[in-house]
Ligand binder design. Structure first.
Ligand code: NI
Length: 258
């Protein structure tokens, strides 16, 4: 059984001391594909550096709504240049976050749309970060369709968002949040068919129960898979295989390692 962690941040400082060790351990424990996700210019460059060093790691580049201070024409050009890199298989994480930032909604929308344009120009899917911005996110995706669709990362357990996202052709990715005691993820997880579901850790954040609050790593993506298997009443192998294939499909990565 092999697992694909579709969202991690090994470009985060919290891995500076033992990054290579954790990455090796991840692979040894059957998490044999991992996405390292950018969220500003510096961390996108770091994601590429990590992906170039480890064959089984792929990367994305983008400026997240919580890194809006990075938004400039010059930096968008840098993202565009990075998106030509062989290891860059998506633009992200990009989107809207009205939980942390209510004051600059228009600027967030503008940055989101400009990066959708980059994704379409280079035929990449997008990785969406959305928090307390359901309708605006969906409206932007309807008005600015992404050719290769993408992923709702750490998808909020909001049934309307999931239904709309599925209708638009997006994949829905779940983190350790679905293991939290107060989460009530059953209805949301059941809404997503097996051929559109992804698993992720969002490491170093979002550690699942019973590791909540600790630094997360890709190994724990198995806990997320197990929870989905429980909710759907299917073997964990089925979840592992489906999510592995789905991630390869959305990122257009060859299924067999060369
Ligand atoms: Ni993230």
């Amino acid at each position: 059984m092999e697992f694909f962690d579709s969202h991690s941040h090994y470009n985060d400082e919290s891995f500076d001391e033992d990054r290579n060790q954790i990455i090796q351990q991840t692979f040894d424990e059957d998490v044999t594909r991992v996405m390292c996700i950018g969220y500003n210019v510096e961390k996108s460059m770091k994601a590429i550096e990590i992906a170039e060093k480890h064959e089984f790691i792929y990367a994305s580049c983008g400026i997240s709504p919580n890194d809006i201070e990075d938004y400039s024409e010059e930096n968008l050009f840098k993202i565009e240049e990075m998106s030509k890199n062989k290891k860059i298989v998506a633009i992200g994480e990009i989107g809207l976050d009205y939980y942390w930032n209510k004051e600059n909604k228009d600027k967030q929308k503008e940055l989101f749309i400009k990066q959708i344009d980059i994704a379409n120009k280079y035929n990449k899917p997008i990785i969406i970060h959305t928090r307390e911005a359901v309708m605006d996110t969906i409206n932007i995706l309807k008005e600015h369709p992404v050719k290769n669709t993408g992923i709702f990362h750490c998808c909020p357990l909001n049934q309307e968002l999931i239904k709309e996202g599925l209708k638009l052709g997006y994949y829905i990715s779940f983190t350790g949040v679905i293991t939290f005691k107060n989460a009530k993820p059953e209805e949301a997880v059941k809404l997503v068919p097996l051929d559109r579901i992804l698993i992720e850790t969002d490491s170093p954040y979002m550690s699942p129960e019973p590791l909540r609050g600790k630094r997360n790593s890709s190994i724990n993506v198995k806990i997320v898979a197990k929870k989905i298997a429980e909710i759907k009443g299917i073997p964990i192998e089925d979840v592992a295989n489906a999510t592995y294939n789905n991630a390869n499909n959305v990122f257009r990565i060859k299924n067999k390692r060369t």
